[in-house]
Design a binder for this molecule. Structure first.
Ligand code: SAM
Ligand code: SF4
Length: 333
């Protein structure tokens, strides 16, 4: 038997987590993620096939990648996704499959996804007010997302994590309401700092500012020990244990030192970091090479992963906060 060879980068970090963007298409147009109009979307022939995705998962899971997240665009707009979830979950070596969704189609698909083996989901929800929700998503209906979350809770998804991006002057006054909402349903709420990729927001709010607001409202709000396998979110909880509140601060407090991530874009490119534009096409490697040759090529690409992102230096040079050439829907967040 061959000796186990982990997918390790040049800095000795084991890559164990693959985020797969299954589509760049979305039924919403969130202001921080996609432009209102004029974005060019991939054609059906350009989007990476499920077959090739599964091949990648199979190859990498033989080399230590055990955690897979399905994202997009909106993953639930792609046909046949449940089948992909099921096949990924059954792949030897994969022990955790999760999905990030905007929740608008969750009511329709929650049960079949759960039956297919998906037990953990993240739902993006930035406002509990209908008019604001529509302003942020440009086209969405809040009630669809809320019914999706409620059904997912009833079915037994655990944990359900709610992803919130706060924008000053738009929804930053809902921090406390969102916390009460999470506590009522005993959900896990995560505040994600806005990243200047694609969207064009200039007035942002840091995790530290959010934390201060929460501390001024609750006096039993304290850090809790990190959960296994979580290196990106700093978590807090309340005395009664209802709701976990996490802070993801890629810009103000980057967590690159522990990075174990690799991203596959909807076009079939490997992206080594959200904050570097470089992507490496692997479609041909996956369709033309045998498993071990394909793995060696991917390992070579992974050696190019930088130690940390250089957002601050880059922003100074460019005099602008917006630097990536892609939109977040193409990379998958
Ligand atoms: N459509 C799905 C959704 O919205 O959950 C999955 C894809 S979306 C790109 C994944 C996550 O990235 C979402 O939680 C979204 O809020 C977040 N996101 C998108 N653009 C962002 C940005 N510029 N800064 C921070 N988070 C962003
Ligand atoms: Fe679509 Fe998700 Fe981007 Fe919103 S954040 S536009 S739901 S991909």
């Amino acid at each position: 038997m061959n000796e186990f060879k982990p997918l390790k980068d040049a800095y000795g970090r084991n890559i164990t987590y693959l985020r797969i963007s299954v589509t760049d298409r979305c039924n919403l147009r969130c202001v921080y993620c996609m432009p209102k109009n004029g974005i060019s979307l991939l054609s059906h022939n350009e989007i990476i096939s499920y077959e090739v995705i599964l091949r990648l998962v199979k190859i990498l899971s033989n080399h230590g990648v055990s955690k897979i997240r399905i994202t997009g665009g909106e993953p639930l707009v792609r046909k046949g996704l449940t089948g992909l979830v099921e096949s990924i979950g059954k792949t030897e070596g994969v022990d955790d499959v999760s999905m990030t969704t905007n929740g608008t189609l969750l009511e329709k698909y929650a049960l079949e996804l759960y039956t297919a083996g998906l037990k953990r989901i993240n739902v993006s929800l930035d406002s509990l007010r209908e008019d604001r929700f529509r302003r942020i998503t440009r086209t969405g209906e809040l009630k669809d997302v809320l019914s999706g979350i409620n059904l997912a809770k009833k079915i037994g998804f655990d944990p359900i994590k709610i992803n919130v991006v706060l924008i000053k002057g738009i929804n930053d006054d809902e921090i406390i309401d969102l916390i009460y909402f999470a506590r009522e349903l005993d959900l896990n709420l995560r505040f994600i700092e806005y990243m200047p990729i694609g969207g064009n927001i200039t007035d942002t709010i840091t995790s530290k500012e959010i934390l201060e607001k929460i501390r001024s409202e609750f006096d039993d709000f304290n850090p809790i020990p990190p959960t296994a396998g979580n290196s990106v979110s700093k978590e807090f909880g309340f005395k009664d244990g209802r709701a976990v509140i996490g802070f993801i601060s890629p810009l103000s407090e980057h967590f690159c030192g522990d990075c174990s991530r690799l991203r596959l874009t909807a076009l079939g490119n490997l992206r080594l970091c959200l904050f570097y534009d470089s992507e490496y096409g692997i479609r041909e490697i996956l369709t033309e090479q045998d498993d071990e040759a394909a793995f060696e090529k991917i390992l070579d690409i992974v050696q190019l992963k930088k130690y940390k992102h250089n957002f601050k230096e880059k922003a100074k040079q460019r005099k602008s906060l917006l630097w990536a050439n892609n939109f977040m829907n193409q990379i998958g967040g």
